[in-house]
Design a protein around this ligand. Structure first.
Ligand code: SF4
Length: 232
């Protein structure tokens, strides 16, 4: 089955974005599963497994795409492995074209300290673009309350960079909503979240956050950067 025409996807996305603006997360997921079938996937960075769990309840066996940059905390890989083992999903671990060693050889060591945009491009943005090719729609766990940079997130939108539909079922959720879902369904959570990391990415670019601090403030703390480029 080939992908749909981008103009048609754009129309579907904009209409659904209006119709589902105030809908519960489960209804948004059910719409996406019905509309796109196998051409719908979830992405996760495994700070927690809430989105993967939510979608798996509607569509067991759904693809969950994880970008294995080679620079993750072991706690993150542990969540990924538990999800792959225990949840009704198909985890796809995507590696960049270059290993960390080959990137060091070609671009110099510790590129993340000198040019994090290029490093994210090589290890996240480009691999994700390739990984998403089999799909018409992808779901993310973006939430409006995570950061001013995410405050305008729509529950369904057109991803013009990839000519896809982008679904954010829990965009309207607060951290309390996430915590309640985790407790109700016993969903795996990254141990680092419990240790004071409000947001978890690659280990060289993540630090703990203080209570009340912007949850994204712990990402790329030495740079004027709060997003890796996947969502911009
Ligand atoms: Fe590189 Fe840091 Fe981006 Fe990971 S988060 S890809 S280490 S710059």
């Amino acid at each position: 089955m080939t992908g749909r025409d981008p103009a048609a996807l754009r129309e579907v996305a904009l209409r659904a974005g209006r119709d589902l603006a105030g809908a519960p997360a489960e209804e948004i997921v059910a719409w996406a599963v019905e509309e796109f079938g196998d051409r719908f996937c979830v992405t996760s960075s495994f700070a927690d497994a809430v989105l993967a769990h939510l979608v798996s309840r509607v569509r067991p066996g759904v693809d969950v795409v994880f970008l294995d940059t080679g620079l993750h905390f072991t706690e993150t890989l542990d969540v990924r492995d538990r999800v792959a083992r225990d949840m009704a999903v198909n985890v796809r671990s995507i590696r960049p074209a270059l290993t960390v060693g080959r990137q060091d050889a070609e671009y110099g060591p510790r590129l993340f300290e000198r040019d994090p945009d290029s490093c994210c491009g090589l290890r996240k943005v480009e691999p994700l673009a390739e990984a998403l090719e089999p799909y018409d729609a992808w779901a993310t766990g973006l939430r409006r309350d995570e950061s001013p940079s995410r405050a305008g997130t729509r529950v369904v939108d057109f991803d013009a960079n990839r000519n896809m539909v982008k679904v954010a079922p829990i965009a309207a959720w607060t951290q309390s909503d996430v915590d309640a879902y985790v407790a109700r369904h016993q969903v795996p959570v990254n141990e680092l979240i419990r240790q004071g990391y409000a947001s978890v990415g690659c280990w060289p670019c993540t630090r703990r956050t203080a209570p009340g601090e912007d949850p994204r403030a712990g990402r790329w703390p030495l740079f004027d950067k709060v997003e890796c480029g996947i969502h911009s």
